[in-house]
Design a protein around this ligand. Structure first.
Ligand SMILES: Cc1cc2nc3c(=O)[nH]c(=O)nc-3n(C[C@H](O)[C@H](O)[C@H](O)COP(=O)(O)OP(=O)(O)OC[C@H]3O[C@@H](n4cnc5c(N)ncnc54)[C@H](O)[C@@H]3O)c2cc1C
Length: 495
């Protein structure tokens, strides 16, 4: 499989030119590895963070690399290593800890036994896996510059790219890449440059509403194997998922802790707090206030044994973050025109991948998987066009754009009410979800399962899933209309 995917690459003019990738997150490092595998050399990745596994308390969330993301790890031959450092979805156990201290452990039901096993691991562990692959096998082709921020992107009159980056100690580095890759996340400086050059709205993010956008989050860092009771006899298990229910009932104070599983028992645990932006917890100004609040909210936990005063202080001071609105841009590439006279010069180009082209709240766990799938689609487009950017980049856009659009519609609707932000919204969404599930089991040819389940099937594209979900919506509307007419008919007859 690997050999076939890459054996078509010939030593073309393109494959000897230099590449600059802005952003050393999952999409950036994965693109660097794919290009190196294809025979490209002289690849530089700029990353503003200090290290691949740099620990940022409020960005220490977990990824679930599903079958879609594994298309990329399969291509890179990294799936086995991924499995070794992760908790597999087949071993996903959830323990609920209620305010009275009672616990219930359940195994996540297997919706589809044929579904590929997915792997849970912290973001930094996944980025470190990609970086280690570069260090071990591709050092001659790929240089990753940490602590280096891309500051300016210009296009010269001769249609060349000129990039300015700031490295440590104020050192300024300039690049003139032939191929510029924007993997620099939602606030992409590369996309912003393209927006200025293009003058159309192709590179403008189009925003869509979602019930989970605008929710605020912060992360609490807990020690490994933290105590679950005051005696300290029961301790948290690293590969167990915990849902710790709070004791407050009113909306402005009610809070829960969610902890996702970790393979390494010696790593600190992280607990996400996700609530409405006007929640009481965001008004706490000092570590003491945070500690007092959490102690009352979670009487079942020995809060003061678990959380140090320093961690409570850090939590109080942290800004945390807000879930973004689902958004995408329609332009995924830009080609620099070149003078007609200069026939020998091949076209330089810019491409965007990952959060730089689509971004949404984490409800459906597709942020990283869709970014890795973008990289696979770019690889496919390069394969089909012998790495000629003038053909490969338009092909990438045409292969990927409709999936990007569908992905954003799915992000808006598939599972946005999971954060207890509104009881009525969650209840209505639940009815819709279980109706679709029941009808799809009873009449599988007429109804599709809920989109949230379909997303787990990596063989279906986002576009196919969205079409299936819409078809079921239309059928449900038609059935509803028929039922209304029947009842109306009966009521007229009776009167
Ligand atoms: C709270 C939260 C929870 C999430 N949970 C999940 C989840 O459970 N599952 C999931 O799949 N996804 C989740 N996501 C989304 C996921 O993190 C992203 O979709 C994914 O990381 C996209 O990868 P990327 O490489 O495109 O972008 P990013 O991960 O954003 O990486 C971009 C990189 O570019 C660097 N960079 C940016 N600008 C510059 C510059 N000018 N110069 C140099 N470097 C630069 C950044 O430092 C960063 O390392 C979550 C996101 C948030 C905010």
């Amino acid at each position: 499989m690997l050999a076939n995917q890459f054996s078509t690459v010939k030593e073309t003019d393109s494959s000897r030119k230099n590449v600059l990738i802005v952003g050393g997150g999952p999409a950036g490092l994965a693109t660097a590895l794919i290009l190196a595998k294809r025979g490209w050399t002289d690849i530089t990745v700029l990353e503003k963070r200090p290290a691949a596994d740099y620990y940022e308390p409020d960005k220490s969330f977990n990824y679930q690399i599903d079958g879609r993301g594994q298309k990329l790890t399969d291509l890179l031959g990294l799936t086995q290593q991924l499995a070794e450092i992760s908790v597999p979805s087949t071993e996903f156990y959830l323990t609920q800890i209620r305010p009275d201290g009672s616990r219930k452990t359940s195994k996540l039901p297997m919706v589809d036994p044929n579904r590929k096993t997915a792997y849970w691991l912290p973001r930094r562990a996944f980025v470190r896996l990609l970086y280690q692959e570069i260090q071990c096998n591709w050092q001659n082709q790929i240089a990753v510059l940490f602590n280096t921020k891309c500051d300016r992107i210009d296009k010269t009159e001769a249609d060349k790219l000129k990039i300015v980056a700031n490295a440590e100690n104020g050192r300024v580095i300039e690049f003139e890449p032939y191929f510029l890759v924007g993997c620099d996340g939602v606030n992409s400086i590369v996309r912003n440059a393209l927006q200025e050059w293009d003058k159309s709205d192709r590179f403008e993010m189009k925003h869509f509403p979602s019930p989970s956008s605008g929710l605020r989050y912060k992360v609490l860092n807990l020690p490994p194997r933290f105590p679950l009771d005051t005696s300290g006899e029961e301790r948290a298990v690293s590969d167990m998922t915990y849902a710790v229910r709070g004791s407050f009932r009113d909306r402005m104070r009610s809070v829960s802790l969610g902890l996702l599983p970790l393979k390494n028992p010696n790593e600190p645990r992280t607990a996400n707090i996700i609530t409405r932006p006007n929640h009481e917890i965001w008004k706490l100004k000092s570590g003491k206030e945070v500690c007092d609040f959490l102690e009352k909210a979670f009487p079942q936990l020995p809060v003061r044994q678990i959380l140090s005063p320093e961690e409570c202080d850090r939590f109080a001071k942290s800004e945390g973050g807000y879930f973004p609105e689902p958004q995408y841009c329609s332009g995924l590439y830009f080609l620099l025109k070149h003078a007609q006279a200069d026939k020998d010069r091949s076209t330089a180009g810019v491409v965007l991948l990952g959060d730089a082209i689509h971004c949404f709240p984490p409800d459906i766990g597709q942020g990283v998987n869709s970014a890795l799938e973008d990289v696979c689609v770019l690889n496919e487009a390069l394969s089909q066009s012998n790495d000629d950017l003038s053909r490969a980049l338009p092909l990438y856009e045409s292969l990927r754009f409709r999936d990007v659009k569908a992905l954003i519609r799915l992000a808006q609707t598939a599972f946005p009410w999971q954060y207890n932000q509104d009881a009525l919204g969650k209840w209505l969404w639940g009815i819709n979800f279980f109706l679709r599930l029941a009808l799809s089991r009873l009449l599988p040819f007429g109804f599709s399962p809920p989109a949230f389940f379909l997303i787990q099937n990596h063989r279906l594209s986002y576009r196919e899933i969205w079409v299936m979900a819409q078809r079921t919506t239309r059928t449900l509307y038609a059935l509803g209309l028929i039922l209304i007419c029947v009842f109306w008919g009966f009521s007229i007859k009776d009167s």
